[in-house]
Ligand binder design. Structure first.
Ligand code: NAG
Ligand code: NAG
Ligand code: NAG
Length: 150
């Protein structure tokens, strides 16, 4: 029993470390850029950068400091052209997908917006999202725990 409990807590610790460990997101700021997005490890600096990019088009982007981050994938079209695309690390509390556009950009259509947790979950091209690492990790852990304790 003791050994089982030990194994279980090691597993939990392992998964938690994986989650708490640095999140990696794809990052790019223009449609052209987003054809070959770079990867970035999420930090407050990286998330601040995304906030600044969002601030160009949106009102009410808050200045925040976070201890955990999400990835963002955002796409605007107008007349069937991709006008703007922002991928990157985001402060979860910015609420990136519910921000309203500045009046000057009100005619843009937000065709895609997603925030997710899990490494590289904001995969380019936008629209094709795999389930996040977090979900997979959680189900694997669940299965293992069931196996150990059954
Ligand atoms: C991010 O922005 C917040 C709010 O403006 C600021 O307090 C913090 O120092 C910034 N962090 C970095 C690493 O630039
Ligand atoms: C956030 O910080 C930037 C630069 O530091 C500043 O221009 C902006 O007004 C601040 N926004 C808010 C909502 O405090
Ligand atoms: C934006 O989307 C709406 C509905 O989806 C559509 O009717 C409209 O034509 C679009 N506007 C532009 C400028 O693409």
């Amino acid at each position: 029993m003791f050994v089982k409990a030990l194994i279980a807590s090691l597993l939990v610790a392992f998964v938690c470390v994986q989650i708490a460990d640095s999140l990696v997101c794809y990052t790019c700021t223009t449609p052209n850029d987003c054809k070959s997005p770079k990867k970035v490890t999420c930090t407050n600096a990286a998330a601040n950068e995304t906030s600044h990019n969002l601030e160009v088009y949106h009102q009410g982007v808050r200045n925040l400091t976070s201890t955990r981050f999400d990835c963002l994938a955002l796409k605007y079209t107008w007349n069937n052209n991709v006008i703007n695309q922002i991928h990157g690390c985001i402060h979860p509390n910015v609420g990136a997908c519910s921000l309203s556009l500045k009046p000057a950009y009100g005619h843009y259509n937000k065709t895609h917006c997603l925030t997710c947790s899990g490494n590289k979950c904001n995969k380019n091209p936008a629209g094709k999202m795999s389930s996040s690492t977090l979900t997979i990790a959680a189900s694997v852990l669940g299965l293992l725990l069931v196996k150990i304790f059954a």
